[in-house]
Design a protein around this ligand. Sequence first.
Ligand SMILES: [Zn+2]
Ligand SMILES: [Zn+2]
Ligand SMILES: [Zn+2]
Ligand SMILES: [Zn+2]
Length: 356
Amino acid sequence: MAAPIRNVDLGFVADDFDPRLLTSRFFPSKVGGKPAWLSLSDLPPVLSCPTCGAPCVFLLQVYSPREEQTNTFHRTIFIFICRSPSCCAENHNGSFIVLRSQLAKENDFFSPRPPDEDHPDVEPEGSGNVGVALCVVCGSAAPKRCGKCHKLSYCSKQHQALHWKATHKKKCCKEEDDEVEIPNLLFPLAELVMEEEIQQKDAQAREKSESEKLKEYQDLLKTNTEIGAGLDKDELEKSAVSETEDDKQFAKFKARIATNPDQVLRYDRNGTPLWISASHKPQPSDIPPCSCGAPRQFEFQILPQLLGYLKVDSVGDSIDWGTLCIYTCSKSCDIGNKYQPEFLWKQDITGGNPGT
Ligand SMILES: [Zn+2]
Ligand SMILES: [Zn+2]
Ligand SMILES: [Zn+2]
Ligand SMILES: [Zn+2]
């Protein structure tokens, strides 16, 4: 009997969205722009790239509450990335930061009533704002201020310098709008819409038939000498051997993705990642436990399809990945209003982006 089919949720980038609904109090899943923080206090200090130390920028966030616990009534996983392509090394996670935030239904920031999506401009009572200054460039916690006007805040010297050059040099100490988009820094904003994977049965059947086809043919050759007489058995076997384990895994990956080619994320808590390659898969000992002592479990993965949307898949040097697998505390341990680091495993196809 076939194993029961697991339900995986797929994430898609939606270009038709209301940006007002991608703010903190609507608990969004989204890609790009600035983070929509869940806990509005205890924001993480400067999110420095573990490799080069430059400030990372927001990549995406996934709203994934866990109903079985009261302290995870709201729960969001945030991912930040260094924009420097040289930090984004093959099979190396040193340019990413993953953070978990979670809150009970009764919390310090948001009304226990669900937000009214039909009236996004009406701020309900008990719905707080971030209590700390945010960087005007990237939306992270901002301990630094412009030394001249003391009005604008920045996460880091780097972002202050970028903003100064882009606009603030001219507008400092003037009552003028200083909103500016710094080129090639933040990713384009979009909603991340989750839908259940449906055509899984077909995909599994197809996967099966791919690998079984050759075996059936080989069996046929063995049993039917009349058909087999005109064919070179050695040639056939050689071609089967030359397909590497990596090729096979990549074919499997493509077959599974093919039924929903636009998916950018696969959510399958405590499931198994869909590996893009047979190489550089983590051993259980490669996934460090949470600081609470509980093991981390797989929660979701980001696919290379997202790179196309982020407009970073240009020829030459750019950030790149095969798949990014996110592992989080299996207990979703209590962290109050704090942001808890979680773990990311980066798997690449040797030789670069598969060009999906
Ligand atoms: Zn870096
Ligand atoms: Zn910043
Ligand atoms: Zn200023
Ligand atoms: Zn934990």
